[in-house]
Write a protein that binds this ligand. Sequence first.
Ligand SMILES: [Fe+2]
Length: 251
Amino acid sequence: MQKRDQQSGPVETKEKTTFFIPDDAHNEEIVQQLLPLHEAWSGVKLVPQNSYGLRVYRGATSLNMHIDRPDTHVISSILHVDHGEHDEPWPIVIEDFSGKTNEVFLESGDMLFYESSKCMHGRPRIYNGDYYSSLFTHYYPVEGWDEVYERAHALVPPSYTKRQEKEVEDINEEDAITDGTSVVEPACEHGWCGLRETVKWHGPGPSYGKILTGNGKVTELKGVPSERSFNKLSPMAANTQEVVIQGGDDF
Ligand SMILES: [Fe+2]
């Protein structure tokens, strides 16, 4: 598998209460097994970058809005594993290509596909619950991505400039604080002005092989492996006892 530098831009959490369970062998298996789903969703052949193991959030944490690194974290997914029974719902916030801000409330087993280097995303609302665990997986296109990456600044569509002009009418640009690829707007509640008007999506999503898209339509993924084929996925290594505590990144 082709690997690139796995470090991504810094993303701050309010408190460093992200637990990470490393298991490199298992991560490799996951990123390969999930490859056909990501290729079916994106419609392009992909290079597996990595899966980050199981992340577990605890405590009053949040994740600033940000984009992932554009060379390797292009087609990505979040598989939500589980959260506390009595947790307050904790949405992932994603700004889509039309400028709409979406709040997605995932349930266990839901998988969210997103273009993580293009769409601003994060969890700016403070988490209030026992635990929240997910699996994050990243890919980039086999063909031509290096070229696109080099020319990214020239590929911003003209409509985006128009949208930015509209946004700064009521948001003071100088109020935005950036750190790497993450952004906070302290003038707005939860540090993100887009939360003033959002579209909310609640899991569980449609059954395996079906996709609920941002336009509200459910479509079928073509040519994906059977659901049963995932039963062969090996359990996490029995000796995986190590737990790393760190700030969140690469979501
Ligand atoms: Fe991210």
